[in-house]
Design a protein around this ligand. Structure first.
Ligand code: AMP
Ligand code: ZN
Length: 493
């Protein structure tokens, strides 16, 4: 029997605003689509948070025994600077500024994305399609939407006719926006635009002479609109109607709203049963974003080489920090919060490392392992509540420490159950990594601190030859000391 037959999940569905009992379209199988990154710069920690939320969800489904087809795309064309069809293509702009090919930009940042996800112990998706690899499919969809009367051609570009669509459908069904408000709030067309109405969006854009990313189509040499790629790729690999579509909260409108409209205008089905939106990682109370510079990069958090942090943190500590917040809650990034997560994570790992040395007894015990195990599942079944799961894991930590101290007992059967359940949730579901290296990281850190203290003593005694020697030799092996007003910190290359 598969675990999914006994564990029933409720998922908060953004389109109904309610938690709903999740039943996949095909028993035992799940189709999951998550919007991937636009690969024009390094991913920041905010992006990582959204992808990590879905990695945890993917992991839990797999743990329950579902066969999951997880599709996460790479946006390598069509995403303009402004989400309302304006500005330059983000990748083309970067290519122009760096004087390189757009596909060099794509390659560089796709590699960075993959390396980063590996560092944070992500499972790879089942399929990772690219927008540029699906131009043909996108053109075919446009033809059909045109045939169905929900789009129009203007000067070589094709636009989706939102007002026409809204006559028979509800544009705004996901985001809760009303078409009247959208019309009222959108800026009047400036005479430059080919759109009939400002809220219409591009399915195909004719390329200006300077636009370097361009493909032939029946209407013009141009490029597809951003929203269309996800409709093309999700349908191709998951079908006209699939189980779950996810992404960050900021993609609800216009991106996902437009995906629904495109799909309905094309094949008249609601494309998705469950819409899931992950909440934002903030820094100083503001959304982390590439465009504003209010962000922190994965490399910075690992090395600690930023004025926002007192030290570097391991990938598992970062993961633990993110898992301590529910995926639908805002999470604010701070040095103090990470220090607290590090302590919690170490406590959890210490308890896990103690398990093999515990001895079992025949005596009964003061902890119901079976009930505890179900509480762990209950937490995850309730819309993937990882913070509650972590609280449950800490009840087990307390129990393990009591057994270690002789204040409690466990029999052999429950011992196996406790160990296996803990391992499954900590490593398989939360994706944390075992930390023998964490311990050696700690030792390295203590050793460097010792050298910093010795260097300070040398300086105090005016023995600058020795203090410089310590600093220079550390630099030679890739450890940089930084003197600041609050003392000396270090970073490791
Ligand atoms: P992009 O590459 O800009 O298309 O973003 C990739 C993913 O990261 C999308 O799902 C966004 O919603 C998500 N994202 C962007 N900024 C943040 C943030 N500050 N916190 C969480 N997720 C974010
Ligand atoms: Zn998308």
């Amino acid at each position: 029997m598969n675990l999914f037959e006994e564990q029933h999940i409720a998922i908060y569905n953004s389109i109904t605003g309610k938690k709903e009992h999740f039943i996949p379209i095909n028993e035992g199988h799940i189709g999951l689509y998550v919007c991937g990154p636009t690969v024009y710069s390094n991913v920041h920690l905010g992006n990582i948070r959204t992808f990590m939320s879905f990695d945890m969800i993917f992991r839990y489904f797999k743990h329950l025994g579902y066969k999951v087809r997880y599709v996460r795309n790479i946006t390598d064309a069509g995403h303009l600077e402004n989400d309302a069809d304006q500005g330059e293509d983000r990748i083309a702009k970067k290519a122009r500024l760096e004087q390189i090919e757009p596909m060099e930009v794509v390659q560089m940042y796709t590699v960075d994305f993959h390396n980063t996800l590996n560092t944070f112990n992500f499972l790879p998706p089942s399929i990772e399609p690219t927008a540029t690899g699906h131009i043909v499919e996108q053109i075919e969809i446009i033809k059909e939407i045109l045939d169905n009367g929900f789009a129009y051609e203007a000067n070589g570009s094709i636009y989706f006719d939102v007002l026409k669509y809204n006559e028979t459908n509800d544009y705004g069904i996901l985001s809760g926006r009303k078409i009247e408000d959208l019309m009222h709030n959108s800026r009047a067309l400036d005479g430059q635009s080919d759109k009939k109405n400002p809220q219409d969006f591009a399915l195909w854009k004719k390329a200006e002479p300077q636009h370097i990313m361009r493909w032939p189509s029946p209407w013009s040499v141009g490029f597809p609109g951003w929203h269309l790629e996800c409709t093309a790729m999700s349908t191709k690999y998951l079908g006209e109607q699939f189980d779950i579509h996810g992404g960050g909260m900021d993609l609800k409108f216009p991106h996902h709203e437009c995906e629904i409209a495109q799909a309905k205008a094309w094949h008249n089905h609601n494309p998705v049963n469950f819409w899931m939106h992950a909440n934002m990682l903030t820094l100083n109370g503001q959304k982390m974003a590439k465009s504003t510079g209010n962000n922190i990069l994965p490399a910075e958090i690992l090395s600690g080489d930023t004025d926002k942090l007192s030290k570097g943190f391991s990938p598992s500590v970062v993961r633990f920090f993110m898992m301590q917040a529910h995926y639908r809650s805002i999470l604010d990034f701070s040095n103090d919060a990470l220090l607290a997560s590090e302590k919690g994570f170490q406590k959890l790992m210490e308890a896990i490392s103690v398990i093999p040395s515990l001895s079992t007894t025949k005596a009964s015990m003061d902890f119901d392992v079976q009930e505890w195990k179900q509480s762990c599942y209950d937490a995850m079944n309730d819309d993937f509540n990882a913070p509650i799961l972590i609280a449950e894991l800490f009840s087990a930590v307390k129990y393990i420490n009591q057994i270690k101290d002789g204040a409690n007992t466990i029999d052999a059967i429950n011992f196996e159950l406790l160990k296996n359940t803990l391992h499954a949730f900590v490593f398989d579901v939360l994706g944390l990594l075992e930390t023998s290296h964490e311990a050696s990281d700690d030792k390295l850190e203590d050793t460097i601190q010792l050298l910093i203290t010795l260097r300070n003593e040398a300086r105090a005694q005016k023995n600058f030859a020795l203090s410089d020697q310590i600093r220079n030799q550390l630099t030679e092996i890739g450890i940089q000391l930084k003197d600041g007003k609050d003392g000396t910190t270090f970073s490791i290359e």
